[in-house]
Design a protein around this ligand. Structure first.
Ligand code: ZN
Length: 270
């Protein structure tokens, strides 16, 4: 069935994004801080919104290419294959409705202060919805849109680990660095036949479970023993086995930038 003029839908923005990002290229891949200015006539719709820590935003990316039906996620990695726009989170699409999960930091009158938003200044907001726990799929199957640059992979892992673990502790930084090394050897950490064993602090185990999406059963991919050591993770796939043992703690930005060999002893068997 073809759509005719009477099927055209009209949407009225309920607010606008205020951020420091003027162009799409200036927006970090993990998003940044922004303010959503909800127009005064919709303020009543924000009643008790502060009871939510995370929100879904639907926005209209007015500058997007609406003729696009397939594309290579080239901003992340130009070596990736082509995907249909409905199969990935490409900006260009027939109806450029953007979906963004943000953390609600505080509410002031009709202003929502959020973090983790990947939209430019002046973007219109179509809708705001809370993010509910019952909607969380812990271990979904997804294509691996693997960034070519290791620094970008590290940024994405930090974001993913923060969403899961919710504090930027030494265990989180250590886990992110271990996950990067495992990603170098095995690729997608959410692979059903990649098994993860963690020996060390609980924070490290929690972070590596969040980054690998390894569950304790169905299928059994995750094992953990709490110890007093700095931390060790063992990654196994078929005959391949990667053992990463921490030599020192990763406590701050400086140690996060250290070479792998200074932080870990790494043993790869294949
Ligand atoms: Zn922690």
């Amino acid at each position: 069935m073809m759509c005719n003029d009477k099927d055209i839908i009209t949407l009225k923005p309920i607010g606008v994004i205020k951020s420091d990002f003027a162009s799409p290229d200036s927006v970090p891949i993990i998003g940044g801080n922004a303010v959503i200015e909800v127009f005064p006539e919709y303020k009543r719709g924000l009643l008790r919104i502060e009871e939510n820590s995370h929100l879904w935003l639907q926005m209209w990316f007015h500058e997007a290419d609406r003729s696009l039906l397939s594309t290579v996620p080239g901003k992340v990695n130009s070596n990736l294959p082509e995907y249909g726009v409905f199969s990935i989170r490409a900006v260009g699409r027939p109806n450029p409705v953007a979906l963004s999960l943000v953390r609600l930091e505080r509410v002031e009158n009709n202003l929502l202060y959020v973090s983790g938003l990947d939209a430019i200044d002046g973007t219109f907001v179509l809708d705001i919805k809370p993010y509910y726990e019952q909607e969380i799929v812990f271990s979904p199957s997804t294509p691996y849109i693997r960034p070519l640059k290791r620094e970008m992979r590290q940024e994405i892992f930090i974001k993913q680990a923060m969403l899961h673990h919710q504090e930027k502790c030494a265990g989180l930084l250590l886990g992110v660095r271990m996950a990067l090394i495992a990603d170098d050897h095995f690729g997608h950490l959410n692979s059903k036949d990649l098994k993860v064993t963690v020996n060390g602090p609980r924070c490290l185990a929690d972070v590596l479970q969040g980054l690998s999406n390894a569950r304790l059963s169905n299928p059994p991919r995750f094992r953990f023993t709490a110890t007093d050591g700095i931390g060790q993770s063992i990654w196994e796939k078929g005959e391949k086995r990667l053992t990463i043992t921490a030599k020192q703690a990763v406590t701050d930005r400086e140690s996060l930038d250290m070479e792998d060999d200074r932080l870990f002893s790494i043993d790869f068997f294949e």
